[in-house]
Design a binder for this molecule. Structure first.
Ligand code: DAH
Length: 339
């Protein structure tokens, strides 16, 4: 009996020592000291012992039980401490550390310029519309009064998809779409990608961006065109900037012009940016050609209108003094992060 208790004690001891967690100790306690535990069953069996033996064995059993209890209590305390330390280590918060920084993205400089321009025209009562990048030859050239032998129609200038479809070379076909869909008064702006068969270099890209504006109504004159564009220029480049209208030619406007603004870098004195002239060309414009109005189902006797178109990549490059258009499209974060 004594041996049995000794080996039981050594089993319990090694089980307790090998326990990992507080909850293992509880299982061990139930296994040995619980109602159906091994010590309990030994105690129950005492009644079969002789009167002589009973107190001796009883004493040993009690000693063993006390030892187990003590061992369990000590180990539990140690395990609890270990678990607490582990948790404290894991859940440690250094309140002196700076807060985690969430890096917010930002708009691409080109998209920033597009949004700014759109906002200005929206505040002037224009509606923002969209047009497809794959256009009909009719919308891109024919309806815009482009002569059949116009050089831009050539396959060396334009990406054709079929004889009738192409990648639009300008945003001007959105004028045609708008006039065919809407009744005057019409006041729209659109922005988007255009495509031309250009060799990629610092100032040319086969894919580039334009914006287009169109106003059609009764009694619209060149004065409205000049007023609108002068207002836009002052809002976008600054109230001190002056505009100059130069005659030009576009097939879809008559008369046509180009707008120059005083150089926003040197203020008109002449510098590298304006190539010494003091002026920077920013857009093309004109009074919508009667042929275009009629082609789009608008009575040119009753209505007149003006239109304008601007290269957005160039404007972005001028605004941020970016010298190479390729930087806008390469998505190099070292470049983009600067804005
Ligand atoms: N579409 C012309 C171009 O790509 C720009 C332009 C000029 C648009 C005059 C217009 C305009 O609406 O009236 O060069």
């Amino acid at each position: 009996m004594k041996d049995k208790l000794q080996s039981l004690l050594s089993n319990v001891t090694s089980e307790i020592k090998g326990s990992q967690a507080v909850k293992d100790l509880e299982d061990i306690r139930v296994k040995y000291l619980g109602k159906k535990g091994e010590i309990t069953s030994i105690l129950k069996g005492m009644k079969d012992l002789s009167n002589e033996e009973r107190p001796k064995v009883g004493k040993i059993v009690n000693e063993v039980r006390a030892e187990i209890e003590q061992l369990l209590a000590d180990t539990r305390k140690a395990r609890e401490e270990e678990e607490l330390n582990l948790r404290l280590k894991k859940e440690k918060i250094d309140v002196t550390l700076p807060g985690g920084e969430t890096k917010l993205g930002h708009k691409h400089p080109l998209l920033g310029v597009i949004d700014e321009i759109r906002d200005i025209f929206v505040s002037m009562g224009y509606k923002v519309v969209d047009g497809p990048e794959i256009e009909t030859v009719y919308n891109n050239f024919d309806a815009l009064n482009a002569p059949i032998d116009h050089p831009s129609r050539g396959t060396s200038d334009t990406f054709y998809i079929t004889d009738d479809l192409l990648l639009r070379t300008q945003t001007s076909p959105v004028q045609v779409r708008s006039m065919k869909k809407m009744e005057p008064p019409i006041k729209i702006v659109t922005t988007g990608r255009c495509f031309r068969f250009d060799e990629l270099d610092a100032t040319h890209s086969p894919m580039f961006h334009q914006m287009e504006g169109l106003v059609v109504g009764e009694g619209i004159t060149m004065a409205d065109l000049k007023g609108a564009l002068d207002m836009f220029v002052k809002r976008f480049f600054g109230s001190h900037i002056k505009t100059k209208f130069r005659p030009h030619h576009f097939p879809f406007t008559e008369p046509s012009g180009e707008v120059d603004v005083t150089c926003f870098k040197c203020g008109g004195k002449g510098c590298r940016m304006c190539k010494g002239s003091g002026w920077i060309e920013i857009l093309g414009c004109g009074m919508v050609h009667p042929n275009v109005l009629e082609e789009c189902g608008i009575d040119s006797e009753k209505y007149s209108g003006f239109a304008f178109g601007m290269g957005l990549d160039r404007i972005t490059m001028l605004k941020y003094e970016i010298e190479d258009i390729r930087l806008l499209f390469e998505n190099d974060m070292r470049f983009i992060d600067q804005f």
